[in-house]
Each structure stands twice: as C-alpha cells, then as structure tokens.
Design a protein around this ligand. Structure first.
Ligand code: SAM
Length: 277
C-alpha cells in the first residue's frame, strides 16, 4: 500500500520540502529527511482542526503569513522534552563554583542575571530557581532575576503556571520538592511564590531580535541548537556572547558542542563554557 492510500492526506516531496523551508525560516530548526513522519503526525492535527483537504491548502495558508497559524505551526513542530535537574552536573557546578564566584565578582552591583533560553515547560528555570534559593544566604538584598524564554507559546504558558504531575519529580528528593512546590488537591505540585518571584517568562524566537541587552552572568541554552544547522548555531552563539561579559558562563546540552562553532568561549567542564572574548 502506498503512503497516499494508507493515509488521510498525501504529503508530496515538494510539500515536505516547502514545509521544511518554512520551519527553517520561522524557527531555525533544520529538519532532515528522516523527520517526514514527525512532520506529518504533528501537522495532520492542524489540517483536521482547520478542516483543510490537503497539505497544499495548509502551505497556502502559511504563505499568507497568518500570524495565528504560524504560531500554531511552530508550536506543533518544536520538541519540548525536558526534566527537572536535567544534566544534574550543571546545577552542581552552578551552586558550587559559579554562584560563589559571582558573590565576589558582583559584590559591587549586587545584581545577578541568568537566562534560560529555550526553557520549554519550565523545569529548567525552576531548577535554576531552586539552586538560587538554596544559595540565597549569599545573595540577601541582591537583585536576582532569571529570564526564561521559548519560541513555543504553549510551553511558555505551562512554564508560567508552574504546575507539574508528581512523576515529573523523579530526579528530585521529596524533601526538596515539598520545600519549593506546593501540593494541590488534585495531586499535582505548583512552584511556590519564592521560586516564581525570581523568574520572568517570555515567548521569544531566538531567530528574531531580542528585546533586552543583558548582560547575563549565566546562560542556559541546552538542547535547543541540536535542531539547528551549524551556520544558525554560529549566529546564535555569537549573539549570546554579545550578551555576556568575559568570565560569564554558558551551559549547553549534552550532545552539543561549540567546537568549530564559536571560539568566544573556553570549555571548562562537561558542556560548560566560560566566555573569553
Ligand atoms: C528539547 S527542549 C530543551 C528544554 C531545556 N532547555 C532542556 O534542556 O531541558 C528545546 C526547546 O527549544 C525551543 N526552541 C526551538 N527553536 C527555538 C527558537 N528558534 N527560539 C526559541 N526557542 C526555540 C523549543 O520550543 C523547545 O521548547
């Protein structure tokens, strides 16, 4: 049976290529040939919802630069896998090395800024907030803020709500969870006011201009550029470097590297970088 007869809609090679081009243009994400099934299964829901008869009609709608549908389109394409304290060594390094150094370096300004770029449903910025709150004795009276951004407006809304099912806390001890998250009657846990007060959530496409100037003492940009081609990665890390001063830190994802991508950072640990120029 051919793909066309087995399926509700036909996705021709030309249509797949046009969708890939639109994804690249609007998100920076470069989809390989192997992502055809993923594209079909994510977008077929949009076709049904909009009562469209073909991918050609859907592409035509996107071509009209329909802002609402472009947002749904990018939301459908992004992959939002995340967890609390993912790549736990980053949070240990933040607590044991970065924060003590910042306590000294920023003693004059008493200001601390951290950016979670590609924050997905919020587990990353809340893990940063827990780490900061647990070190807060060092920073009493300081101006401490975490900026958490993502392209996908759905995940930003979830992150802002900060409500998670119990199973999301697999890597967190119950004592730590109960200290920083309030249990609800429905068995979920909501980030408490101490965590939420540190974080500003914003929808932001990293490919677009950024409405802030930094500087950020620490940037988490983890498991985001894995979907970008090298050229897009180069441009992005160069812009992030512009937002940081020498000796600031950058954390990237476990399968990512700045090797031959950006020479403005020095590798100082497993996927941990310090800005040098
Ligand atoms: C796999 S998640 C990683 C989440 C978290 N940083 C972590 O490591 O657990 C990648 C996130 O990057 C976001 N993303 C992809 N392209 C983006 C872009 N152009 N601008 C902003 N965020 C983007 C996706 O929406 C997704 O939530």
């Amino acid at each position: 049976m051919s793909a066309a007869t087995e399926r509700e809609f036909l996705l021709s090679n030309a249509e797949f290529d046009e969708i890939r081009r639109l994804v690249r243009e609007h998100t920076g994400i470069a989809l390989s040939d192997s992502k055809r099934e993923l594209v079909y299964s994510r977008l077929v829901r949009r076709l049904r919802r909009l009562s469209l008869r073909s991918f050609a009609e859907y592409i035509a709608l996107l071509g009209q630069a329909d802002e609402v549908e472009l947002e749904e389109f990018t939301n459908a394409i992004t992959t939002n896998l995340t967890s609390f304290f993912r790549e736990g060594h980053h949070f240990e390094f933040l607590a044991d090395t970065v924060l003590p150094a910042l306590e000294k370096r920023n003693a004059g300004t008493r200001r601390l800024r951290i950016w979670s770029a590609g924050c997905s449903t919020g587990e990353e910025p809340y893990s940063i907030a827990v780490t900061l709150q647990e070190a807060m004795a060092r920073f009493r009276g300081w101006d401490v803020r975490i900026l958490a951004t993502d392209l996908d407006s759905n995940v930003v809304a979830q992150a802002q709500a900060g409500e998670y099912k119990a199973e999301r806390f697999e890597k967190v001890t119950s004592a730590r969870r109960d200290r920083w998250f309030d249990a609800t009657h429905s068995g979920t846990f909501v980030a408490n006011a101490a965590l939420k007060s540190l974080i500003t959530f914003r929808q932001l496409n990293l490919m677009h201009p950024w409405p802030f100037r930094g500087p950020f003492d620490v940037v988490f940009c983890r498991n985001v550029v894995i979907y970008f081609d090298k050229e897009t990665q180069r441009g992005l890390f160069d812009r992030i470097a512009e937002m940081q001063r020498d000796a600031d830190h950058l954390f990237i994802g476990h399968s990512e590297s700045l090797f031959k991508v950006c020479d403005r950072y020095q590798l100082i640990g497993k996927t941990i970088y310090r800005k040098v120029r």
